[in-house]
Design a protein around this ligand. Structure first.
Ligand SMILES: Nc1nc2c(ncn2[C@@H]2O[C@H](COP(=O)(O)OP(=O)(O)O)[C@@H](O)[C@H]2O)c(=O)[nH]1
Ligand SMILES: [Mg+2]
Length: 277
């Protein structure tokens, strides 16, 4: 049996190690892993832009999550991985669980590889991958930034092509989302986001999201909570919106009228539990 002083020393040692482990950032990697959720994307998914992006930005890898697709998405993805196994990986999920869960599962797998940054990007490339370099550069230049969000602002000189109906519905939604979050955010729903891996290792992706389409808002809620900035008004908590140079509506969206209604109801549900838990 250990003496109480020996036990005390051992406990101190353990807690010193635990403190050191907490203080030391876990991620030492340089990889940037982009999760691409795919549901029935066999027709819309084209490999070339992904491979071109990975050659232009050698740190970038793609993790495609096939979310129980009913078409030939899996075949298309397997062929892409066979062409470039060093930069393409595939996470097959047997049953369709929705974009939020597919992204979450992909991000958790990506974090296991200790990357520098992890993000998600819609498979239809409505946000062109040419934009990704600016996302990574921003994380590197601004150490206080932990999340970069693509933002579709139709400024002069940009090429943001959004149908008027979707634009105005989007503005309405963004205004409601800002109110729910207590954060002046312009565009929560753009499908291009990048995170500093250390900042999202805990508390953001560990637990399934409560809604099917509002993962972006739930992530913001969780990030604000983890960073102690929930309800603090003007605090941006290291969240940065990056106005895109280009964005276009791509045909074949799976977000239908009933699903938009569902999203609006879900937003009210999130408003009812603003702590994001
Ligand atoms: N995993 C998963 N992804 C989905 C689902 N529905 C859509 N997605 C993906 O989410 C992204 C955006 O979908 P999209 O239909 O373009 O929606 P929108 O452009 O936001 O209206 C794409 O990468 C889709 O493959 C789904 O049920 N499961
Ligand atoms: Mg789309």
């Amino acid at each position: 049996m250990k003496s109480s002083s020996a036990r005390g020393r051992a406990e101190n040692d353990v807690s010193a190690v635990a403190t050191a482990a907490r203080a030391e950032p876990v991620s030492h990697g340089t990889d940037v892993v982009i999760v691409v959720p795919c549901f029935d994307e066999g027709k819309r998914l084209h490999g070339e832009p992904f491979l071109a992006c990975a050659s232009a930005l050698p740190r970038v890898r793609f993790l495609f999550v096939d979310d129980g697709s009913r078409d030939d998405t899996r075949v298309v993805l397997d062929a892409l991985r066979a062409r470039a196994p060093a930069v393409v990986d595939v996470l097959p999920l047997e049953t369709n669980g929705g974009k939020a869960e597919a992204v979450r599962r992909g991000v958790l797998q990506a974090l296991g590889g200790l990357p520098y940054a992890v993000g998600y990007w819609d498979a239809d490339l409505a946000t062109p991958l040419d934009e990704l370099g600016r996302f990574v550069e921003l994380l590197e230049r601004r150490p206080e930034v932990v999340m970069v969000m693509g933002s579709r602002v139709a400024l002069l000189g940009r090429d943001i092509r959004r149908s008027p109906l979707r634009h105005y519905l989007g503005r309405l939604f963004a205004t409601a989302a800002s109110w729910v979050l207590g954060l002046r955010v312009y565009d929560t729903q753009c499908g291009a986001k990048l995170f500093r891996a250390d900042a999202v290792r805990e508390g953001i992706f560990d637990i399934p999201f409560a809604t099917r389409w509002l993962l972006d808002i739930e992530i913001l809620q969780r990030l604000l909570r983890v960073r102690g900035a929930l309800g603090s008004g003007e605090a941006t908590a290291g969240i940065h919106e990056l106005p895109l140079e280009a964005w276009r509506d791509v045909r074949g969206s799976k977000l239908s009228g009933p699903q938009m209604l569902r999203a609006a109801i879900d937003l009210l549900r999130l408003a009812a539990r603003p702590s994001g838990t």
